[in-house]
Design a protein around this ligand. Structure first.
Ligand SMILES: *[C@@H]1O[C@H](CO)[C@@H](O)[C@H](O)[C@H]1NC(C)=O
Ligand SMILES: *[C@@H]1O[C@H](CO)[C@@H](O)[C@H](O)[C@H]1NC(C)=O
Ligand SMILES: CC(=O)N[C@H]1CO[C@H](CO)[C@@H](O)[C@@H]1O
Length: 421
C-alpha cells in the first residue's frame, strides 16, 4: 500500500503531462510556415484558454464568442511563444491593460470584427515586437485628441470600417514606424494633414470612402499626400461626379412647387418689357419660322405635304396610262383582245351559275339534318368500370349540343365527353 500511492500520483502526473500536449478537440493543430498553429474557430469558445499546448505560435480563436480579454490570461496559460494571434470575429468589447502581458514574441494581432469602442493607448506596452495590428470593423466612433496607440515598432495599422467620423490631430503622434495605414470606409468627410505629419515613415495610406467632401481643402490634402510620396488611391475625380448625381436625385425627388414670387424679386418696370419685342422684329423670316414652329409641327407639315404630293402624283399617273371606270381599269383594247375578254366573261358567268345551283344559298349554316349530331348512346351498357354514372351531367352535355341555335358548334371531341362520365 505504501508503494502504490506514489505510483498512482506518478501515473496521474504523467497523464497530465501527456494530456496537456494533446490538441484539444475544438482545435486543429498543424504547421504553417514552420510555426505551430492551433486553429480553434467557430466553437463558441468564451475564453482564450482551451487547452492548446503552450508551444503554440499561431493561435486563432476567430469566430467565437469571447467578449473580454482579462489581464495576464495568456501569461498564466503559458502561451509565451505566440507570434500570430487571431481574435477576429468575436464579441470583444473590453481588453485589460495587461491582457497581452507575456506575449513578447507577438508580431501580428488580429482584433478585427469585434465590439471595441476604446483601447488604452499603452495597451501594447507588453508586446514590443508587434508590427501588424488589425482593428478593422470595430466601433471607434468617438476618438479623443490623444495618441490612439503608443508603439515604437508598429508598422501596419488597419482602422478600416470603424465608423470613425474624424481623425483628431494628435491621433498618430506616437507611431514613429508606421508604414501602412488603412482608414478607408469610415465616415470622415474631411482630413487634416496635421494628423498625418507625425507619420514620417508612412508609405501607403488607404482612403477609400464615399463621404469625402471633394472641395479645394481635400484636394490640397491629396496633393500633400502625393508630395510626401505616400501612395494612395485618388478619391476626388470620381467622387465629385457622385456627389452631383446624388444632388440631382435628391432635387428630383424632393422638388416642391415653388412660387417664384417667394424666391425672386419681380418688380420689373414696364420699360424692360419693350426690349424683347424690339429684338423679335429684327429676326429674318427664316429665324421667325424657326421660332414659331416646333420640330413636331414641322414633321407633321412635312408628312401632310408628302401625302398630298403622293395623291396628286398617283392621280396624274392613272389619268395618263389608264381609262378609269368606276372601279376597274380598262386599257384600250384591240379587236382580238376584246373577243377573248368576251369569251372569258362568258365562261365566268357559266361557272357562277353552276355553283349557285349546286350549293345552297346559306352556305355557312349546315343543313338542318346536320344540326342534330348523332351522338353515341350515353346510357349503359357501356363500360363504367364500376363508377356510378352521373346522368345529369351527361344529359346536360347532350342538351347543350342539341340546342338549335348552337347548331354550328361542333360537338366536343369524344374523349372530352368521356371525362364527364
Ligand atoms: C483571422 O481569421 C480570419 C477568419 O478566419 C481570417 O479571415 C483572417 O485572415 C485571420 N487573420 C490572420 C492574421 O491570419
Ligand atoms: C427688389 O428689386 C428692387 C429694384 O428692382 C429693389 O429696390 C428692392 O430692394 C428689391 N427687393 C429685395 C427684397 O431685394
Ligand atoms: C432697358 C432698361 O430700361 N433696363 C432696366 C431694366 O430694369 C433694371 C432694374 O430692374 C434697370 O437697372 C435697367 O436699366
Amino acid at each position: 500500500m505504501e508503494l502504490k500511492y506514489p505510483a498512482i500520483v506518478l501515473v496521474l502526473i504523467a497523464l497530465d503531462c501527456v494530456g496537456s500536449q494533446l490538441c484539444p478537440k475544438k482545435c486543429d493543430c498543424d504547421m504553417y510556415n514552420g510555426l505551430n498553429r492551433a486553429t480553434c474557430e467557430d466553437q463558441n469558445i468564451i475564453g482564450v484558454e482551451v487547452g492548446v499546448p503552450n508551444g503554440v505560435q499561431i493561435y486563432s480563436l476567430s469566430h467565437n464568442v469571447i467578449s473580454e480579454l482579462e489581464n495576464f490570461r495568456f501569461k498564466e496559460a503559458g502561451y509565451l511563444s505566440i507570434q500570430v494571434l487571431n481574435l477576429s470575429y468575436n464579441l470583444i468589447f473590453w481588453i485589460g491593460l495587461h491582457a497581452f502581458s507575456g506575449l513578447e514574441k507577438l508580431v501580428h494581432l488580429d482584433l478585427s470584427n469585434n465590439r471595441l469602442r476604446y483601447i488604452p493607448s499603452d495597451l501594447f506596452w507588453d508586446t514590443p515586437r508587434l508590427t501588424t495590428l488589425d482593428l478593422s470593423s470595430n466601433i471607434f466612433e468617438a476618438l479623443k485628441n490623444e495618441p490612439f496607440i503608443m508603439h515604437s515598432e508598429l508598422q501596419v495599422l488597419n482602422l478600416n470600417n470603424c465608423r470613425i467620423k474624424s481623425l483628431p490631430d494628435r491621433l498618430f503622434t506616437r507611431l514613429p514606424n508606421l508604414k501602412k495605414l488603412d482608414i478607408s470606409e469610415n465616415y470622415m468627410i474631411t482630413l487634416n494633414t496635421k494628423v498625418l505629419v507625425p507619420l514620417r515613415k508612412l508609405e501607403r495610406i488607404e482612403l477609400r470612402n464615399d463621404y469625402w467632401k471633394c472641395d479645394s481643402d481635400f484636394i490640397d490634402v491629396e496633393s500633400w499626400i502625393a508630395s510626401k510620396s505616400i501612395s494612395y488611391q485618388k478619391q476626388c475625380n470620381k467622387k465629385a461626379l457622385k456627389m452631383s448625381e446624388k444632388m440631382i436625385s435628391i432635387v428630383s425627388v424632393e422638388k416642391e412647387d415653388v412660387d417664384v414670387n417667394d424666391v425672386w424679386n419681380i418688380t420689373t418696370p414696364a420699360k424692360n418689357i419693350t426690349v424683347p419685342v424690339i429684338e423679335t422684329t429684327t429676326l429674318t423670316p427664316f429665324e421667325k419660322f424657326d421660332k414659331e414652329f416646333s420640330s413636331m409641327q414641322a414633321f407633321i407639315i412635312g408628312l401632310e405635304l408628302g401625302l398630298a404630293i403622293g395623291v396628286v402624283g398617283t392621280y396624274i399617273w392613272l389619268r395618263k396610262f389608264c381609262h378609269c371606270g368606276q372601279l376597274n381599269c380598262i386599257r384600250p383594247q384591240t379587236g382580238r383582245q376584246r373577243r377573248r375578254a368576251q369569251r372569258v366573261r362568258d365562261n365566268d358567268m357559266r361557272t357562277n351559275l353552276l355553283w349557285s345551283n349546286v350549293i345552297s344559298p346559306d352556305l355557312d349554316t349546315p343543313p338542318s339534318y346536320r344540326r342534330h349530331p348523332s351522338l353515341p348512346d350515353r346510357s349503359p351498357p357501356f363500360p363504367t368500370y364500376g363508377v356510378p354514372v352521373v346522368r345529369e351531367a351527361a344529359a346536360l352535355q347532350v342538351d347543350a349540343i342539341r340546342l338549335p341555335d348552337r347548331g354550328e358548334t361542333p360537338p366536343p371531341p369524344y374523349h372530352e365527353c368521356r371525362i364527364n362520365i
